[in-house]
Design a protein around this ligand. Structure first.
Ligand code: ADP
Ligand code: MG
Length: 561
């Protein structure tokens, strides 16, 4: 039988895909398993209304074999299978997806089935690791079976073959290893186990493989024998699909530690399931400490993205705003429109809706923690608070409403943390400013002469000790209609009218002296004058306008200023 050519656009696509779309070769296994799972879903779905299927949920399985000598890897399912036409249409034309047709079919519309595959490219990813692929398949209800075979872009053949039951066997001849690439790893049990755990752990049908381990022979002391057993490689139920009441904190913590490489349990677990605008389940974790690289350029934010329990992206950046970049976790949604490459599904409308909802949820959970578990919140804030402040600074206040009530600042009230709302609640009657001072430590700020005098008048002062603090209040400008005011700027207006008149008089009297002082000090100061802000100190430095002495120091530290 003559070899058939792939449709021309398929040929180009195949080349393109094998070489560029998928950046990780290992995902081929995920794709084949997703297809097997889809095929089983279809037959299982059928079995619900068609007794002739004669199978229960427990009868379905995906089976793997790997043989290093022959370099053969097989993936077998007892799903719906393919007819000759389907083999031709589904595997002969890239981007023609049988799963999509099935999904848009009127009859199946109302049913709640989720099928991963929506674009006909997944199967071809197997050509990244295999130089020959055979697909033997028997469609459910048919009494003929066919085998499709291809060695890549040069075409494929379809022949009749023998096959007992409905389903599909995919046989890959794994490419020979070269200097640069080791394909043989895909034939190693440990590697296969690893890949299933990573990408397909939550496939709802068992993925089984016969594996062996050595065991001491009974009655001997040092003779070992190979014990073969059927191992199920996947755990099948996603932790986020279990009823929330059935999952303990411990289980969540173990899951988190295993998946996100943390040695400590998370500070908070957030779970959200919604239907409506976007149907998804999210399982989020707030770590109890910042990863070592958190405040470096190497840190990458993102959530894992699952489509119907199959991981399609490890770090989906678009799901998290920068100010919540510390959040770990995953989102599982059945109605994501899968892009041509699952690794590139940016700009998706559905994704944007989910991201917005998650942002809200995270903010509200943090707000709740602040109200109900102060100690925990402060622990959180010590680790990640600077990131929230950056959120206000870097987006110039767009996230202000959402973030401002989550902020904490050190305060003159025993150097504790305070929220802005708490500051306002304690403010004096008629106080229309939020006073702050900038310095390296709470102790140093407390010693500033200007601070002393404001405190003496009975006001509370925020102690801004972090570099970001001052930028943050500058962007905020005000809170609850009260402007932030640096106590070290000279427009501090605390005295009464009489005091002010007196001050002016004294300044006028000493004009000559101050002029002389200014001239002798030179450019280091802009002006010398009397002030009423001093209590126990003879002199102090202050700045005019919005840039404080502290901020000037930071700006001077930055390169290029
Ligand atoms: P997608 O899964 O996105 O539709 P694929 O390239 O992975 O695209 O697969 C193309 C089509 O081939 C599938 O839609 C399905 O109709 C068919 N197919 C692939 N693998 C199997 C299988 N194991 N059993 C039945 N049909 C399959
Ligand atoms: Mg697929």
């Amino acid at each position: 039988m003559a070899k058939k050519q792939f449709k021309t656009e398929s040929k180009k696509l195949l080349d393109m895909m094998v070489n560029s779309i998928y950046t990780h070769k290992e995902i081929f296994l995920r794709e084949l398993i997703s297809n097997a799972s889809d095929a089983i879903d279809k037959l299982y779905f059928r079995s619900l209304t068609d007794d002739s299927v004669g199978m229960d949920h427990d009868d379905f399985e995906i089976r793997l074999t790997a043989d290093k000598d022959s370099r053969i890897l097989t993936v077998t399912d007892n799903g719906i299978g393919m007819t000759k036409e389907e083999l031709e249409n589904n595997l002969g034309t890239i981007a023609k997806s049988g799963s999509l047709d099935f999904k848009t079919d009127e009859e199946n519309q109302s049913e709640n089935i989720d099928i991963i595959g929506q674009f006909g490219v997944g199967f071809y990813s197997a050509f990244m690791v295999a130089d020959n692929i055979k697909v033997e398949s028997k469609a459910f209800g048919s009494d003929e079976a066919f085998v499709w075979e291809s060695s890549g872009a040069d075409g494929y053949t379809i022949k009749k073959c023998e096959k007992d039951k409905a389903g599909t066997v995919i046989t890959l001849h794994i490419k020979e290893d070269t200097e640069e690439e080791k394909y043989g790893e895909f034939l190693e049990v440990y590697r296969i186990r690893e890949l299933i755990k990573k990408y397909s752990d939550y496939i709802r049908y068992p993925i089984r493989m016969e594996t062996s381990h050595k065991q001491l022979k009974e009655g001997t002391e040092n003779e070992y024998e190979d014990i073969y057993e059927d191992e199920t490689l996947n755990s099948m139920t996603p932790i986020w699909k279990k009823p929330q009441s059935k999952v303990t904190d411990e289980e969540y913590a173990e899951y988190y530690k295993g998946k996100f490489n943390d040695y400590e349990a998370p500070l908070k677990v957030i779970r959200q399931s919604t239907e409506g605008n976007a149907t998804y389940t999210a399982l989020l974790f707030i770590p109890s400490h910042a990863p070592y690289d958190y405040y470096s350029r190497d840190y990458e934010k993102g959530l894992q993205l699952y489509s119907s329990s199959v991981m399609i992206m490890e770090k989906c950046k678009d799901l998290l705003p920068d100010h919540f970049s510390f959040v770990k976790g995953l989102v599982d949604s059945a109605d994501l429109s899968l892009n041509i490459s699952r690794e590139m599904l940016q700009h998706d409308r559905q994704l944007k809706i989910i991201a917005k909802a998650l942002e809200k949820k995270i903010a509200s959970e943090l707000g709740k923690m602040l109200k109900t578990d102060r100690e925990k919140y402060e622990q959180f804030f010590r680790e990640f608070g600077a990131q929230l402040k950056w959120g206000i600074y870097s987006s110039f206040g767009v996230n202000r409403e959402e973030l401002q009530d989550l902020l904490l600042f050190k305060t003159s009230d025993e150097g504790r943390y305070t929220s802005l709302k708490e500051y306002i609640d304690r403010a004096r009657e008629n106080q229309d400013k939020i006073y702050y001072a900038v310095g390296e430590t709470v102790e140093k700020i407390a010693m500033l002469p200007q601070v002393e005098s404001v405190l003496a008048k009975g006001y509370e002062v925020l102690y801004l000790t972090e570099d970001i603090d001052e930028f943050c209040v500058q962007i905020l400008r005000n809170y609850d209609n009260k402007d932030f005011l640096n106590v070290c700027t000279d427009n501090l207006d605390l005295g009464d009218e009489e005091e002010k008149a007196q001050l002016k008089e004294e300044n006028d009297k000493s004009e000559e002296l101050f002029k002389f002082m200014k001239e002798s000090i030179g450019d280091k100061v802009a002006k010398v004058r009397y002030t009423n802000t001093l209590k126990n100190h003879a002199v102090c430095l202050s700045s005019e306008g919005n840039v404080s002495v502290g901020m000037e120091q930071i700006l001077n530290k930055m390169p290029g200023t």
